[in-house]
Design a protein around this ligand. Structure first.
Ligand code: GTP
Ligand code: MG
Length: 137
C-alpha cells in the first residue's frame, strides 16, 4: 500500500508541536494528501479506538483523545504504513528509538504525540473516518 493515516494527538497540538512534527513527516518522505484540524467528541474518540474498548486504559484514552484538538492527515509514500510506524517509534516513548517522533515529542505511553495506522486496511478505514472521497487526492 502507498497510503497511511495519522493524527497529531492533543498533547502535541497543545504543546505547539504541529509544525515540528509535520516537518519530520515531510522530511521522512511522506506527501500530505489530506489534512484537517478538528476535535473528537468522546463518542467519536471511542469509535476511533473501538478495538481497545475492553482494555483497562480505554476510558482514559477516550478522555485524552477528546480533550483537545487533533490534526488528521492522509499520507502517501511507498510502503507507507510500515515506514510511518518506524518514523513514529514505539507506543511507549521510554522504548522509542532516537530520532523518532515519539522519542522527541511523546510525554507518556498514553499522551504519545501521534497515531499511525497499523495496516493498509485500517489506513483506509481511518482515513475515511475523517475525510470524504473528494478530499482524498
Ligand atoms: P496508535 O498509533 O495511537 O494506535 O498507537 P499504537 O498502535 O502504538 O498503540 P495501540 O494501538 O496499542 O494503543 C492505542 C493508544 O492507546 C496508544 O497510542 C496510547 O495513546 C494508548 N495506550 C496504549 N497502551 C496504553 C496503556 O498501557 N496505558 C494507557 N494509559 N494508554 C495506552
Ligand atoms: Mg494502534
Amino acid at each position: 500500500g502507498n497510503r497511511t493515516f495519522t493524527m497529531i494527538k492533543p498533547d502535541a497540538v497543545g504543546e505547539n508541536n504541529i509544525g515540528a512534527i509535520t516537518k519530520m513527516i515531510e522530511e521522512g518522505g511522506f506527501r500530505i494528501v489530506s489534512m484537517k484540524m478538528t476535535k473528537l467528541s468522546e463518542e467519536r474518540a471511542g469509535q476511533f479506538y473501538a478495538v481497545h474498548k475492553e482494555r483497562p486504559f480505554f476510558k482514559d484514552l477516550v478522555e485524552y483523545m477528546s480533550g483537545g484538538h487533533i490534526v488528521a492527515m492522509i499520507l502517501e509514500k511507498d510502503n507507507a504504513v510500515e515506514d510511518f510506524r518506524k518514523l513514529i517509534g514505539a507506543t511507549n516513548p521510554a522504548d522509542a528509538e532516537e530520532g523518532t517522533i515519539r522519542k522527541m515529542f511523546a510525554k507518556s505511553i498514553e499522551a504519545n504525540a501521534i497515531h499511525g495506522s497499523d495496516s493498509d486496511e485500517n489506513a483506509q478505514i481511518e482515513g475515511s473516518f475523517f475525510f470524504a472521497d473528494i478530499e482524498k487526492f
